[in-house]
Design a protein around this ligand. Structure first.
Ligand code: GMT
Length: 381
């Protein structure tokens, strides 16, 4: 199959899922074309089946806002025509789904019929998409997609609740590649972070408000009063400065390290004992799955799709959003006893295996085949 993938090429979850999916499809022998405005963060190597087409947006003095959606649609037309793609898969509805619809319409004028699948990732529905600024376009482009997937049942329900959806939505959960995410021997790193064998807690995110990163700091502050521990804050974003200030106010700076954006996240997870994800909303929680794959149990909120990932009392615990007392108590319960911690670590790994790439990839491939077949049947009518 020849597949075009559109995504945000950044460290964000939707871009990571799109890139990892494309890489896995290429490994299976499919030809994969990424169409984005810059090289995706995890696409930094050569593979004969992988191609990258840059969408460049021409600036012009008239434009206060350069029309990215038009540039993307034009690029899609070009790539589909000349690379003879079979299907487009766009990740994150805004503006990718509407650009794909526009490209599809244009291509029909050339006698080319290409179906497109839209994968909804979370904030494109729960935060940005619901806003009246975008809602009519998001609704229309979801309904005009030839296939629609969400990364959790909860996101499917949210989409159906907040938008007038006439299309069938298929749930395909996110996945993990165990070739990359597995325990790495990084004892020297562990010693540098926790010289007195303290427990290591970790949070990774884009530090946006929705992640409630200050709850991470407040939860940790309570845990470290009972259990000698260190906190690693990985990633960067708008809340970081406030979090650093909060650490100063709480007097815990010497136990907290802000590491910024990191590529080799699996190496940092490998030395960690507990992952914290207190998000306000989270359609799936890919970062928690990455942690579990590296045998790190997770304390998460019970928001959105997190209950579909985290099994309370097995591979971690869940608390209500904002309940830092509860998160701290549960963190202490996991960390205070070596045997309990070891059991949670093994269970985290067991749970992560349910989302093994090897199990999820065939679901996507079958879905593409089904969408292509149905779209061509419709064309023939
Ligand atoms: O979490 C973010 O803010 C980034 C966002 C994205 O679109 O890149 O992540 C969303 O998609 C991920 C991959 O499917 C999910 O694992 C995250 O749960 C989801 N984030 C939210 O719903 C807040």
């Amino acid at each position: 199959m020849k597949i075009g993938i559109v995504c945000y090429p950044t460290f964000g979850g939707s871009g990571v899922v799109a890139t990892e999916l494309g890489k896995a499809l290429a490994d299976e022998g499919h030809q994969v074309h990424f169409i984005t405005y810059s090289q995706p963060a995890r696409l930094d190597f050569f593979s004969a089946n992988l191609f990258y087409h840059e969408v460049s947006v021409r600036d012009y003095p008239l434009f206060d806002y350069a029309p990215y959606e038009s540039a993307l649609a034009s690029k899609l037309v070009d790539v589909v025509r000349f690379e003879k793609l079979d299907i487009l898969h766009v990740h994150y509805a805004i503006p990718h789904a509407s650009a794909a619809f526009m490209a599809k319409q244009i291509l029909e004028t050339y006698g080319i019929y290409i179906p497109f699948v839209t994968t909804l990732h979370g904030t494109d529905i729960t935060l940005v998409g619901k806003d009246p600024t975008y809602k009519p376009v998001v609704t229309f482009s979801i309904n005009k997609s030839d296939g629609v997937t969400t990364v959790s049942q909860n996101l499917k329900e949210d989409t159906e609740k907040h938008f007038e959806i006439s299309n069938e939505i298929k749930v395909i959960p996110n996945f993990i590649d165990f070739n990359r995410f597995s325990l790495k021997p990084k004892d020297h790193f562990k010693k540098a972070i926790a010289p007195n064998n303290e427990r290591i807690l970790i949070h990774t995110s884009n530090f946006r408000k929705v992640k409630r990163t200050s709850d991470v700091i407040r939860t940790f502050e309570k845990i470290q009063q009972k259990i000698p521990s260190k906190l690693l804050m990985v990633g960067d974003g708008p809340e970081r400065a406030y979090n650093e200030q909060l650490c100063r106010e709480l007097g815990i700076c010497e136990n907290v390290r802000f590491l910024g954006k990191q590529d080799a996240i699996e190496e940092i997870l490998s030395v960690s004992d507990l992952f914290l994800m207190p998000s306000e909303s989270e359609s799936f929680g890919l970062a928690a799955l990455e942690a579990m794959a590296c045998k790190v149990p997770a304390i998460t909120s019970n928001a959105g799709g997190l209950p579909e990932l985290n099994i309370d009392g097995f591979c971690g615990f869940m608390s209500n959003v904002g309940d830092v007392e509860d998160m701290a108590a549960k963190g202490i319960q996991i960390l205070e006893n070596d045997e309990v911690l070891q059991r949670f670590k093994e269970n985290a790994f067991i749970r992560a295996q349910d989302f093994d790439l090897k199990k999820i990839l065939p679901i996507y491939i079958d879905y593409y085949n089904q969408v292509i077949e149905e779209a061509h049947k419709l064309k023939a009518v």
